[in-house]
Design a protein around this ligand. Structure first.
Ligand code: DC
Length: 232
């Protein structure tokens, strides 16, 4: 069986990581959540006081980059979790505070360069499903299968709001919607590696799709690619 590279990009809160994880488990590939890595750098910046309300000291973060070591470990259920300098930060990187500052951090070219190199290393042998914003355009421009996922901002905010409430975070729908729109705006308009659809990507709008239908659709595309069949 060919060990291919699968890139899943798209807007925030489109369920990319859910389907990417599901697909990787099903076909026995490694799953890499590249957004978690940008979140890890953001958490580091927050912890070190490089980001305070209304101010982001980019130079301090850039100087501290060599001190940031990111890696993934599998937990008891087989889910991969992020370690920041050896500490498990999987929960800490999913807060609304980190979500608020991660897009500005992801505009910094020095941050991107460091993370892209590590992502390329993680996926160099193939047999990988990686999700993010620039996987099919920058990290693996020659990926065998590229998916671009999108959905309306309202639907994405609704899904994310439910998720945060379930975790016990006290946030309003409007705060979440504002964050989703703000991130779309920064991710799509940044100078370095903006979010865009790769020419050879298959676009899936999942506003009206359930998780299972979407999984089956992507699984079929992956099977076709692995078997070397052209995509329909
Ligand atoms: O996938 P996510 O929502 O956890 O990603 C968090 C942020 O990280 C997102 O707003 C933009 C940034 N990101 C990026 O710039 N490039 C990637 N490959 C992945 C994420």
């Amino acid at each position: 069986m060919r060990a291919i590279t699968i890139a899943i990009d798209g807007h925030s809160s489109t369920g990319k990581s859910t389907v990417a994880k599901q697909l990787a488990d099903y076909i026995g590939y490694v799953y890499v959540d590249s957004g978690a890595m940008y979140r890890g750098v953001t958490l580091f910046a927050l912890k070190h006081g490089f980001i305070t309300e209304g101010y982001f000291d980019k130079t301090a973060l850039i100087n501290a980059l060599p001190e940031i070591k990111l890696s993934f470990v599998k937990n008891d259920t087989g889910k991969s979790e992020l370690l920041l300098n050896g500490e498990n930060v999987e929960k800490a990187i999913r807060t609304l505070e980190v979500s608020e500052f991660v897009s500005p951090v992801a505009t910094v070219s020095e941050v991107r360069k460091k993370l892209v190199e590590q992502q390329q290393e993680l996926g160099k042998g193939g047999g990988v499903v990686m999700d993010g914003r620039d996987i099919g355009t920058v990290v693996f421009p020659k990926a065998d299968l590229k998916i671009f996922m999108t959905a309306s901002a309202q639907i994405r905010a609704q899904r994310r709001h439910e998720e945060l409430l379930k975790r016990g975070d006290k946030v309003t729908f409007d705060e979440v919607l504002e964050n989703v729109e703000e991130r779309d705006n920064i991710d799509s308009n940044r100078k370095d590696s903006p979010l865009r659809v790769a020419e050879d990507a298959i676009v899936i709008d999942n506003s009206e799709m359930n998780v299972e239908d979407q999984f089956q659709m992507i699984l079929q595309l992956a099977k076709d690619r692995i078997a070397g069949r052209p995509l329909k």
